[in-house]
Design a protein around this ligand. Sequence first.
Ligand code: HDE
Length: 730
Amino acid sequence: MTDLVNRLAATKDKLAEDSATKPGSSKKDQILEQENRTQDQEPGHVLATPTGVKIDHTDDTLKAGERGPTLMEDFHFRYSITQFDHERIPERVVHARGSGAHGYFELFESQAEFTSAKVLNDTSRKTPVFVRFSTVQGSRGSADTVRDVRGFAVKFYTDEGNWDLVGNNIPVFFIQDAIKFPDLVHSLKPEPHNEIPQGQTAHDNFWDFASLMPESTHMLMWILSDRTIPRSYRMMQGFGVNTYILINEKMERHFVKFHWKPVLGTHSLVWDEAQKLGGQDPDYHRRDLWEAIESGNYPQYDFGIQIVAEKDEHNFDFDLLDCTKLIPEEQVPVRWIGRMTLDRNPDNFFAETEQVAFCTQHVVPGIGFSNDPMLQGRNFSYLDTQLNRFNGPNFNEVPINKPICPFFNNLRDGFNRQRINKGKVNYWPNRYVNPRPAAEEDHPYMHFPEKTEGLKTRLRAPKFKEHYKQATMFWNSMSDVEKDHLVAAARFELGRVDDLRIQTRQVENFLNVDHEFAKRVADGLGIKIPSEAAVQNHGRQSPALSQLNTVFGSPATRKVAFIVADGYDSTQLLELRGAVKAAGAMTFIIGPRRGKIKSSKQMENPEEEEPEGTSPETSDYGIYADFSLFTAKSTLFDAIIVPGGAQSINTLKNNGEAFQWINEAYKHFKTIGAVSDGVALLRESAIPPSLISIDEAITSEKGVVTAGVYSASKESESIVGSAIEAVKSV
Ligand code: HDE
């Protein structure tokens, strides 16, 4: 890892130099620029119809007399309404709710030994990418923070064609064979008779199906873990899930699993917080991604591969072709070979995020498919679904989907064809020998010449039939707190199931994972289970599966709210806020109302005018609140700090919202800081008094960082230092 960071630093300057000439975001931009991108907001444009005819009046339809009927002749009106009536394309049947971003991929270590794909063997390239993160169950307008798998789909615009790596934030899947996908999705979507519930799997149909499909057990453990309530798209892992293959110049094959790991670490919300955020800010993840990129805090993910040589294909107690299993990292370490940076928000949500069309079969020479029956099925489904969404095969011509490399073929026409093919022939062979089939030096796509033979059958391979060992390993690898969350999630999900038969069957399935786990879930549901375990827990663990083994220690981009009212102590606020900012976090001011909040200095000398030109960043007269205690809640922030100021604290003590902020922040394990009089506010909250310091000692217990006396700036440093330590350990 340190090695990777060093290499990153070394290549950073070089990349900056190269970006003007090498393929990178700029190249995709140039292409998009040549396409239909318009700057609608620039001044000076004149209103016109889609045929280019200028229009001088757009507020009234053309009528026969002031009160007369509207005339069919009004082509401007008809275009306006027609376009509007046809604005929507079918939303994705799954993963309808998503957010996208542009960026680039850098490779640090050539993988020529394994693949001829230039994107994975030429370290001088900077490959443009577009990423779409998504939830699975909910519709396009559903909330972001629901308990659900997250999609993590990346389109690499390589010089050898587009490569789509369509992954999730969980490394395994519910089912082993693509033919079960429609049943799975029907079961998890809102129920067919009343279209309830939205954005959740806590309902009878899903658990009915899941409990009848033991192969889903491993995935269910992940679903019930904190992975399904990520803190941010910037703080979740990504996995290719299916086993792909890499093919090198010598036409040798290796099996490969793809990984993404967020540089900020893998972090989650807590369930109560996630549920509240669903109402308080349904766009929580979309907004977080957007704001991070706008403020220059570009999300980054390390890219890794797990490689298995062909000769080792059968050396595992699971089948490499079974996507309900992962390859434990302790068995096959992940080689971290590159990094993706997301540095630009889309200009237009529909044109880019909605119209981006990912297909697993979009691969480039050097990357191929294993016989994983899910992957093979996906290769059919994604193209098929885009045909439905775009009404035909020309979706690859939409700017966001268009390859950046030149390409020619005899494919023609269809709905909304953009390309104007010149020339007399549209077939092969032809008298112009054009476009000719690629020669070896053109590096064409070569399907791996795998020898296959067998009887036609609907059977599954023997190792596919074992469903519990990795589910048990996942449970064993969780820390105590993660186990608690998992049990609580299972109690919640199954607690929403009305049919007792379903609850019972699922708990019986969990008995195959671990007796203690099943018992704890059963206790919460009031179900009896055998007191003895029928299946012994094998005891194996994979430490890499626990989120406690992720990166902690960086407050970068974390959101810290300062709660103040009129009469706050400006010295304390400015010093604390400066230290928090210097640590890389983002700061927000929260007051009883929006607008200017006056400092104690201004309150004491109300006649004194603030000198002109005083920066709001440094003013000791007052500060502008970004939100009021009413318009935002502590759920939207990672930490809250209450500076002193007797009058400010007295006001806050009479404000129920202020206590809701503090109490919820405590309940959600957030860092809470308070100094001088601020400590008095905490002492009237639900935080146990034993955690709060009333003298000058700085205490930091369970994320509550306090100093009853605030005397000098050195305190602010150590308070913030302790607060940051506390953030790290939350
Ligand atoms: Fe998908 N999946 N999927 N899926 N999937 C779609 O394609 C499908 C599976 C994933 O941001 C659809 O364009 C089948 C696994 C993501 O646009 C559809 C099977 C994984 C996205 C489809 C699977 C995924 C999709 C719906 C079982 C993790 C969103 C709209 C064989 C590796 C991509 C669309 C985006 C979207 C089919 C299983 C990830 C219908 C048949 C496993 C991230 O084609």
